[in-house]
Each structure stands twice: as C-alpha cells, then as structure tokens.
Design a protein around this ligand. Structure first.
Ligand code: ATP
Length: 383
C-alpha cells in the first residue's frame, strides 16, 4: 500500500479569492507515493505544487477527491483527527521560517515543547538532531548569525524533531547557491537513507530532481502531465513540459542554436537524434542499421548522462543518401530506439510554444533563448 495516495484531488479557491473568478489550483491529481521514495514534484510557477503539498499536510482542505496518508483519508476529517496526522509530517521552506528570537537549539526544541516533551528528553533530542545535521557547535547561535545553508539545516532538524515519517520540502534549496544546494540535498538524501523518511520535494529546478529524486511528477496548470521513475522520465520524456524541463539538465539534446548550426553545416543531410540507454539500445546497433542502407552516417552531436548508475543519452546523426534509403534507415532504427527528426523551420516562421505531444525532446518554445527557427519532431519508437 502506498504511504501517500491521491485520487482525483481537486482544490478550488472560491471566486472571491481572485477578481470574481474561481481558481482551480489542483485539477484532478492522482498519485501514489511509496514509503522510502524521494518524490520530486516539478512545475513552473503557478502549476499548483505548493497547493498540493498544503493538501497533503492538511493545512488546507481539498475541494474533492481522496488524500490518504498511511491509509487514512484526510478529506473531510475533523480538525482533532488531523492533528496527529500532521505531527507525522515535517515541512521545510524556501525562506527557512525560523524564529529569529530563538537560538538554533530553541528553534529545534520548539515542536518538542508543543508536543510537551520533558526538558531532559528535549535536550537530548535537540543535541542528537544538531549532531545529525552537522550543527552541534551552533546550538547557542541565533539564525541571523548563520548562512542560508546552515539555516536550512536548522529547518531540517526542526522538521525532524518529532520523528515524522514524511518530510515535505517546498523549494527548500531555491534560495541557496549551487554548492550549498548540493550540501542540503545530500543531507536530505541522508535523512531518507538513514532515517527512512519519505520525502516530497517541490521544485522548479530539474537539477534538484536529477540529484536526489527517485520519482518525479511534472505539474502544469494544476494537473500531473507526466510521472514515473526519474530515469524513465529523463531518458524518454513524453509531455512537452517534461521535455522542456529535461532539456535543461540532459546533455546531448541540441538546443535551437545548435540545431540551426548543424543544419547550416550539413545542408543536404537529414538530421536525426536517437535516444540510447544502458541495457537498451546499443550505439553499435544503431550505426549498423543505418549503414546497412549504405547511407553516409556522421555522428555530429551527442551526450551521455548518468542517473543512479544508469546511463542514457542522445546521439545526433547527419544522414546522406537517396531519400528512400534514408527513410528505410530511420525506420530500421525506430524499431530499436526513439528517433527525433531535427527540422529547420523557415526563418520567417514565427516561433510559437509547441504543445503538440508528437514533438520531440528539446522542442523549441521560443522562450528560452529567442532562437526558435528550428524544430525537433519525434517519430515514435521503442521506449
Ligand atoms: N489562497 C489562494 N487563493 C487563491 N488562489 C490561490 C491561493 N493559493 C494559490 N492560488 C493559485 O493557485 C495556483 C497554484 O498556485 P501554487 O502556489 O500552488 O503554485 P506553485 O506551482 O506552487 O507555484 P509557485 O512555485 O510560484 O509557488 C496559482 O494560480 C495561484 O495563484
């Protein structure tokens, strides 16, 4: 049984909340999160991620649907029954939300005071937690004497104080520099591994998902548009929004500038990108199938990525030959791999955001770098 299970969850804010128009912040989300997962939720601003987390934490009631935590449906539960469930869920925030008037130890002790722990037990627990997050020497300091990364460590210690099974991290590293981000992410992994805490990570940064998540759900306009194990989603993204996120961290997908340069450099060639993955498509077999049609085959762009010990990547080929032979070669590769065609769109065509589910990784949206005179069309193929 999933530790957290959502079925058709809807959250609507009433019309009075915004210019007389109701806002459907979460729009029919169904998800299962297993104990031990680090589950990443990614989406652009306004996608509904924070709202979804507040529903799981029972900080707000859902409009409809089922939200089960450990088999108990939170929807419609009275406040007194929600309290013990909430105490099993810790939360950390982008702005840390520490009490500036309390010391580090005082901040970590706060939830223990609320839970009426005895003083001696409290002090022992605080010492343990500060040791766990590497801040044993800062117990007497105040938050404004700490760096951002140290403040987030205090936030994590405080969230773990009452030994929750679930930790919700809402943009927990978004205010931190890259090095501090990776230290805090490593600490979250330690929380998951050593304490067995299930973590939901809300972020708009794919790097965060790539670094620590085991699973990912991509949200757009209140809906989950794609979900799965991180390796599967990264190596074969389906939804346009997922492809845009994946292309920010995955090597080997040429960006629009690069596609334009390649099409200028190989004006008479057909350009295709082939996805390859360890335990799946072998690069040698891709070459063999292309060459069996006597095509000119040049590897012109590519990159291999690694996630949790599995590698995958994209190889871009320039193919030369008689057009039927090129098509046969592409069809032969499609039997074993996913193939995207890299087409250059004429310069006078306006860039538009592509929502067509049949376009491939690296789809031009015209919003990232202004060079949108290319497209990358996916041709189906093996997953
Ligand atoms: N209390 C509220 N009242 C009315 N509308 C709200 C409320 N909270 C959120 N919304 C709206 O719901 C939608 C989803 O917001 P939410 O904060 O969940 O998105 P998000 O993906 O977490 O984005 P961000 O990263 O910017 O916080 C937005 O359109 C937002 O304006």
């Amino acid at each position: 049984m999933a530790l957290i299970s959502l079925r058709d969850v809807v959250k609507e804010y009433p019309s009075s909340a915004r210019n007389g128009v109701a806002v459907r912040a979460v729009d029919g989300v169904s998800l299962d999160i297993q104990a031990g997962d680090i589950y990443g939720m990614i989406g652009y601003s306004g996608a509904g991620k924070s709202t979804l987390v507040r529903l799981v934490n029972a900080l707000e009631p859902a409009t409809s649907g089922v939200i089960e935590v450990d088999g108990v449906n939170l929807v419609g539960l009275p406040e007194r029954d929600l309290r013990p469930i909430r105490s099993g869920i810790g939360m950390i925030f982008q702005q840390f939300n520490l009490f500036n008037s309390r010391t580090v130890a005082g901040n970590v002790a706060y939830p223990l005071r609320v839970a009426k722990w005895e003083k001696a037990a409290r002090e022992k627990r605080v010492a343990e937690l500060l040791d766990f997050v590497g801040l044993a020497d800062k117990a007497g300091n105040y938050p404004d004497q700490l760096s951002g990364g140290q403040k987030q460590r205090v936030g994590i210690a405080r969230a773990l104080a009452t030994q929750p099974r679930i930790l919700l991290a809402d943009e927990a590293t978004s205010a931190l520099d890259p090095q501090t981000t990776s230290d805090v992410l490593a600490l979250l992994q330690k929380v998951n591994r050593e304490l067995g805490v299930t973590i939901i990570v809300i972020t708009h940064e794919m790097d965060v998902i790539k670094s620590i998540a085991t699973h990912v759900a991509v949200m757009e306009s209140g809906r989950v548009v794609e979900r799965g194990e991180v390796f599967d989603v990264f190596s074969n993204p389906q939804a346009p929004a997922t492809r845009r996120f994946v292309s920010t961290v995955v090597q080997g997908i040429p960006n629009p500038h690069e596609i334009r340069e390649l099409s200028e450099r190989y004006p008479s060639s057909r350009l295709i990108a082939v996805s390859v993955r360890s335990g799946g498509t072998e690069q040698a077999e891709v070459f063999r199938r292309l060459q069996s049609e006597n095509l000119g085959v040049q590897l012109v762009f590519g990159g291999i990525n690694e996630i949790r010990g599995h590698s995958f990547g994209y190889l871009t080929f320039a193919l030369d030959g008689e057009s039927h032979a090129v098509e046969r070669g592409i069809a032969a590769v499609q039997e074993i791999a996913e193939v995207s065609r890299l087409e250059r769109v004429p310069d006078d065509v306006e860039a538009t955001i592509t929502h067509d589910p049949d376009t491939g990784p690296g789809t031009t949206d015209g919003g990232t770098d202004g060079a949108a005179d290319v497209s990358l069309e996916k041709d189906g193929g093996a997953r």
